[in-house]
Write a protein that binds this ligand. Structure first.
Ligand SMILES: Cc1ncc(Cc2c([C@H](C)O)sc(CCOP(=O)(O)OP(=O)(O)O)c2C)c(N)n1
Length: 545
């Protein structure tokens, strides 16, 4: 046994070997030994935030945008259970996230007392995390720990889902052998070849093929082969709502995002009239397809998702997405619809810098102008009308919980992205969601993060007003958020007109080293067109007209 290594150091080395590039965390007494080892070794940079939801969202976005895996380290009980929502979001949206929770040691477990942070039994926490992770292990034996860690991390990467590791505090420094890296399981090459033959035959026979790309391509690091296939097939490419931002800047014939009747009719027609819809890495969620209202003919879809391929009325049960892509690229299939150049996309640019009040589409226009002038920046959006506005920002990576739809994601996720890649994000967040996790901006000063943060301030939960316009419980009042930016270590400005917005964006884009908050005061009732169409479609679908 390599006595230079203790269990924590073996775990840190394994996390790095599986693609971790940092740890986000919030310590407590049950996990202090892990934090001490992490800080002393410096194997992975350690970023602490002020509330576990922020820890989870930051780790999520580091993995979602930067690739590899994200790591969230928390204490037992109060810490780990604060992490449940971000881990659930990561599970729902297939993000490879590793939860490391401290836990009581063997002697205190056997002591017979109810321990602080304990819920029901000492295993209650593990039970709860079984439901929102794809694998779990309790590291209470140095002899089995390396094998358990190897198995759990391999599944995290292969399934692109969160996993849970519980580290009793009396185990953190016990001598431990290094963790092996397990080889990927073999797959049936003959089945992949048969599937490729059937898919290429369907595409050759199609008159109106369309390629739909989804989030698994990014989670599994397959965007580049997918872009090569898109260029080779030369057919229109569409993203799902969850996949918005995929293949951006990769020179593919990208038509836009499918939003059914709530989006661009050109995109809706292309998808709904296609006689072969090749869907790669797409999750069949309501946010992706409920707006279709049954207008997509299942007989025309060829769906590769969750390691399976569904076409007509049969399934290929074990087709890794990477193997399918490789087979399609090698098939020689090309130029299926030459000249299928997407029509001139309606790019909402050119913010009119005048004295008119700011509406959500003006924010999208202003950001499009800023990116055109100052270069591409990743967009990170919270949930609210800011998310629907983000769909009008062109040719930019977009990170958002578009399916699980949790609030609180935007600010910590933007910080996690900049921590992982060093890139400066543009963060879109409503005033309600900012009240949840926006305060994590206070950590920017320590780490040199300087996102541009655009707060959509409509003094309430605006999306809910769309459904219940007469309710009083959606009103939050004006919190004057820009006035708080200086105390948090950044610069804040409040804008009401389009001219003020244009000036604020220009200033923010050219000011580095401090976060730049632009608090946009939206007129009461101001709503993006996309959200209005989404709400109308939801009302029709749910019989709420
Ligand atoms: C953690 C959490 N709590 C509650 C909700 C429900 C919810 C929405 C979805 C429907 O579930 S949208 C919304 C209001 C968001 O308000 P704000 O951030 O100010 O943005 P905007 O004013 O643009 O709506 C809530 C409360 C949620 N998505 N996530």
């Amino acid at each position: 046994m390599d006595t230079n290594t203790n269990l924590t150091r073996a775990l840190l080395a394994a996390l790095q070997a599986h693609g971790a590039r940092e740890i986000f965390g919030l310590p407590g007494d049950f996990i202090l030994p892990f934090f001490i080892e992490a800080e002393e070794t410096g194997t992975l940079p350690l970023y602490t935030l002020s509330h576990e939801p922020g820890v989870g969202f930051a780790a999520d976005s580091a993995a979602r945008y930067g690739g590899g895996i994200g790591v969230a380290a928390v204490t037992y009980g109060a810490g780990a259970l604060n992490l449940v929502n971000p881990v659930a979001a990561a599970y729902a949206e297939k993000v490879p996230l590793v939860v490391i929770s401290g836990a009581p040691g063997a002697r205190e477990r056997a002591g017979g007392l109810l321990l602080h942070h304990q819920v029901r039994s000492l295993d209650s926490q593990l039970t709860m995390f079984r439901e929102i992770t794809c694998d779990q292990a309790v590291l209470d034996d140095a002899a089995t720990a390396p094998g358990l860690i190897a198995r759990v991390l391999a599944r995290c990467v292969r399934e692109s889902r969160p996993v849970y590791l519980e580290l009793p505090r009396d185990m953190a420094r016990v001598p431990c052998a290094p963790v092996p890296v397990l080889a990927d399981p073999m797959y049936d090459r003959a089945a992949v070849a048969a599937c490729v033959r059937e898919v290429t035959a369907r595409l050759r026979a199609a008159a109106r093929p369309v390629l739909v790309v989804g989030i698994e391509l990014r989670r599994l690091g397959l965007e580049e082969p997918a872009a090569r296939l898109a260029r080779q097939l030369d057919i229109p490419v569409v993203t799902t709502v969850m996949g918005r931002g995929l293949l951006a800047g990769r020179n593919v014939p990208l038509l836009g995002t499918y939003l059914g009747g709530a989006g661009d009719p050109l995109v809706a027609d292309a998808v709904e009239e296609a006689d072969a819809l090749l869907m790669l890495g797409v999750l069949p969620t309501d946010t992706n397809f409920a707006v279709a209202d049954g207008r997509i003919d299942a007989a025309h879809t060829l769906m590769a998702t969750e390691g399976q391929v569904y076409l007509d009325h049969h399934v290929y049960p074990a087709i890794p997405l990477g193997a399918l892509l490789e087979g399609l690229l090698d098939s020689g299939l090309r130029a299926l619809a030459p000249g299928a150049e997407p029509p001139g996309r309606h790019c909402p640019c050119d913010l009119h810098a005048d004295g008119a009040p700011v509406w959500p589409l003006d924010i999208a226009r202003g950001i499009n102008d800023m990116l055109a002038t100052h270069g591409r920046m990743p967009i990170v959006s919270d949930m609210g009308d800011c998310f629907f506005t983000a769909l009008d920002i062109e040719d930019a990576d977009l990170l958002a919980p578009g399916y699980y739809a949790t609030m609180g994601y935007g600010v910590p996720a933007g910080l996690g992205l900049q921590a992982r890649t060093g890139e400066r994000p543009v963060i879109l967040v409503g005033d309600g969601a900012f009240q949840m996790t926006g305060w994590e901006l206070g950590h920017c000063r320590r780490h040199g993060w300087d996102p541009i943060v655009i707060v959509f301030n409509n003094a309430g939960w605006g999306m809910l007003r769309s459904f219940e316009p007469d309710a009083c419980f959606n009103e939050l009042g004006d919190w004057h958020l820009a006035a708080m930016a200086a105390g948090l270590g950044g610069d804040g400005v409040r804008v009401r007109t389009r001219a003020e917005l244009a000036q604020a964006l220009q200033h923010a884009a050219t000011t580095r080293g401090r976060f730049q908050m632009i608090e946009v005061m939206l007129p009461l009732g101001a709503q993006s067109d996309t959200l209005a169409r989404f709400v109308a479609a939801a009302r029709r679908r749910n019989g709420m007209c």
